[in-house]
Design a protein around this ligand. Structure first.
Ligand SMILES: Cc1cc2nc3c(=O)[nH]c(=O)nc-3n(C[C@H](O)[C@H](O)[C@H](O)COP(=O)(O)OP(=O)(O)OC[C@H]3O[C@@H](n4cnc5c(N)ncnc54)[C@H](O)[C@@H]3O)c2cc1C
Length: 414
């Protein structure tokens, strides 16, 4: 006999949204994780979200607990479009969402999940064990920080991933080299510069991509038809990714894997541009070919990329610290809580769990939502905007099957 019908692992935007749906549907569930931990502990103070206000909502069934309502209630500035949302506001919103909807989260890590009978047994870091009929994995990206070689061989005193820092003012007076070309690299570099560090950016890309300024909402119909605006940005392909994760799932496997990885690639927000260009050196078309930790510093060999893409060592530089703003790569083996026996039964796509239209994996009763299912459901899963589809779909499905085993119809569809 299971203690609960659903165990949700993870309390970021996806986990909290699903909890709101399960709670409203009176499904018995237990929720584990530290609410909004990635946003509170792995992003720099002073950061702004790249997603627009209207695309930064958590999902609740009534659609009442929006970022806009939170901002109105707490007297914070808000515009659905064109006004960047501060990290501080978004963290506050997540906490408000949880407390207003009375969502109980146990702030403890899940250390093990095993299949038992017709469900699962979960082990928690505090030694407790409990049984659940189904498990939803909503662990985001924090387990998957990616640092490329040769930087990955450096000690943390010399090189850290961008997620290691909440206070970039700690680097005041130091020389810091940021590696990367996306929003995280560019914004971290801007914050370092503004906080008194001597910063430079090294980027493999030949040109930094910048998003364009907000589109005029009152633009003529023809312009709107040519370039529709959606949760992830503008343009028809972006509209498709934003609005139709269920159809994305029907694309050929290779296309899905490619699009999940490359769509909406590294680019800086338009409002960040003036804080970067002309403020500090950004060396594009460069890659680090070797790195050596010195006593309190790092020596980097930096190659200029040839047309073929290979690096040729052209210069050396010494810096106090390197920040690798090089993103995240999903690798389920890094999820310490799923045993090898379960991992080997899990059908995967692009290194992530392959899920059906109900977000259920090839292990019946085990669901995945959020960035780890981008190769199944599309790039929208990498963003808060995808929480609406995931939480609504999984919430409805689990409410329908709560109390019985997972739906045979859905399982057959996978
Ligand atoms: C610097 C940065 C900026 C970003 N900016 C934006 C943006 O502007 N707009 C946007 O839409 N997206 C942005 N993103 C993407 C963002 O990561 C995702 O949109 C969102 O966080 C995914 O939510 P999630 O709930 O899947 O995961 P997360 O927010 O990562 O939450 C994961 C949860 O899992 C829990 N957890 C992990 N392991 C365990 C365990 N073993 N046991 C129990 N709990 C566990 C954690 O405690 C946490 O509660 C940004 C990402 C980064 C890194």
């Amino acid at each position: 006999m299971s203690d609960v019908d659903v165990a949700i692992i993870g309390a970021g935007p996806y986990g909290l949204s699903l909890a709101a749906h399960l709670s409203a549907a009176r499904v018995s569930y237990r929720h584990l994780g530290v609410p909004m931990r990635l946003w509170r502990e792995a992003m720099p103070q002073g950061m702004f979200l790249k997603s627009q206000g209207f695309a930064s909502n958590l999902s609740d069934p009534a659609g009442t607990h929006t970022l806009e309502t939170f901002c109105q209630t707490t007297g914070r500035p808000y515009q659905s479009y064109g006004l960047p949302v501060s990290l501080d506001t978004f963290v506050g919103y997540g906490q408000w969402f949880q407390s207003e909807l009375d969502l109980k989260v146990d702030e403890v890590a899940v250390t093990g999940v095993v299949q038992r009978g017709d469900g699962f047994e979960l082990a928690l870091a505090d030694g407790e064990r409990f049984a659940s009929r189904t498990v939803v994995v909503a662990i985001g990206v924090e387990h998957f920080a990616y640092v490329p070689a040769p930087l990955s061989d450096l000690p943390v005193s010399a090189c850290t991933h961008s997620s290691a820092h909440t206070d970039l003012a700690a680097f005041r007076g130091q020389e810091v080299t940021v590696v990367g070309a996306g929003q995280s690299a560019l914004e971290s570099a801007a914050l370092l510069h503004e906080n008194g560090a001597k910063v430079q950016v090294l980027a493999r890309r030949r040109v930094i991509a910048w998003n364009g300024p907000p589109l005029d909402p009152d633009r003529p119909l023809l312009r709107r038809l040519r370039e529709p605006e959606a949760g992830l940005g503008s343009g028809w392909s972006t509209w498709f990714y934003s609005e139709h994760p269920g159809l994305f799932r029907r694309l050929p496997r290779r296309t899905r894997v490619y699009r999940a990885r490359t769509a909406l690639g590294p680019a800086g927000a338009c409002w960040l541009r003036e804080r970067v260009e002309g403020r500090f050196p950004v060396r594009t078309g460069h890659t680090v070919t070797s790195a050596t930790a010195l006593n309190g510093a790092v020596r980097l060999s930096v190659g200029r990329l040839s047309v073929a893409g290979a690096g040729t060592a052209v210069s050396e530089l010494t810096t106090d610290h390197v920040i690798a703003a090089t993103g995240y790569r999903i690798n389920l083996e890094r999820l310490g809580f799923l045993p090898g026996a379960m991992l080997s039964c899990l059908r995967t796509v692009g290194g992530s769990a392959a899920v059906g239209r109900d977000y259920q994996s090839s292990i019946p009763g085990l669901y995945f939502i959020g960035p780890s299912v981008a190769p199944s459901m599309g790039p929208v899963m990498r963003f808060v905007f995808g929480a609406e589809h995931a939480a609504t779909t999984v919430g409805r499905h689990l409410a329908a099957v709560s109390g019985r085993r997972s739906s045979p119809a859905m399982a057959a569809d996978r």
